[in-house]
Design a protein around this ligand. Structure first.
Ligand SMILES: N[C@@H](CCC(=O)N[C@@H](CS)C(=O)NCC(=O)O)C(=O)O
Length: 222
């Protein structure tokens, strides 16, 4: 196979870091194009340069292909370049099933729950913000986020990473969701120290050489 021609369109403080971390784990050579945020959103040229018509990050090109959606990019990269299936958890079917579940839970459960709060903050009318009703709404919405963290904490019992002793796509997908929750205070003011296994796992993920390289190469900052 000729060497891949991979470019990651990287938006600051975004899910793009999931893909940079995965690319580092796979030891793939890639270029990263950095886009700063403008008023919280992707800049106008992101859409045209990335080939993502929705204007959302991350977006990846590999030769003739443009792939969007962090979960789909993850599956694409693993299918194509992770021939021994290490990032999917190896040969054990139960572990692979777990990794697949986390790949989807990262967006389909974790981000859904915490983004409900982000969107309420962004879009609630001023009257709701000022009346204290937003705080009440946030409190209700944060219950789901707290339950997600309880679940993750129990999944991590006795494990260094989500699927065992090495990084898999479960970690590369889920870490951003969890960092986002605490960086944006989306669990009712509760601190990560309440979830000891999650707290340790975040540190272990951030201590991997692959994570550090991904951050250095892309310029990622929450
Ligand atoms: N489900 C998509 C979500 C993509 C998404 O919403 N990305 C955000 C950044 S984390 C974005 O591009 N925001 C900029 C904007 O909406 O302008 C994925 O997992 O890739």
């Amino acid at each position: 196979m000729s060497s891949p021609d991979i470019t990651l369109c990287f938006l600051q403080a975004s899910r793009s870091i999931r893909i940079a971390w995965l690319l580092e784990e796979l030891s793939l050579h890639y270029s990263s194009i950095f886009f700063p945020r403008e008023n919280n959103t992707a800049p106008a040229d992101f859409r045209s340069r990335s080939g993502n018509n929705l204007g959302k990050a991350p977006s990846l090109t590999d030769g003739q292909f443009v792939i969007n959606e962090s979960g789909a990019i993850t599956e694409y990269l693993i299918e194509k370049y992770d021939k021994d299936g290490k990032l999917m958890g190896g040969k054990d079917e139960a572990v692979r099933n777990k990794v697949r579940m986390f790949i989807h839970a990262a967006e389909g459960t974790l981000m859904v729950h915490c983004l409900a709060i982000t969107y309420a903050r962004w879009f609630a009318p001023e009257s709701v913000q000022k009346s204290g009703e937003l705080k009440e709404l946030e409190k209700g919405l944060a219950v789901n986020v707290g339950k997600d963290l309880d679940w993750l904490n129990s999944e991590l019992e006795g494990k260094k990473f989500l699927a065992g002793d090495h990084v898999t796509a479960a970690d590369t997908m889920v870490l951003f969701s969890i960092q986002f929750i605490f960086a944006r205070d989306l669990v009712g003011g509760r601190k990560v120290s309440e979830w000891k296994n999650v707290e340790k796992w975040i540190k272990d993920c951030e201590a991997t050489e692959s994570w550090k390289k991904a951050v250095e190469k892309t310029g990622h900052k929450m």
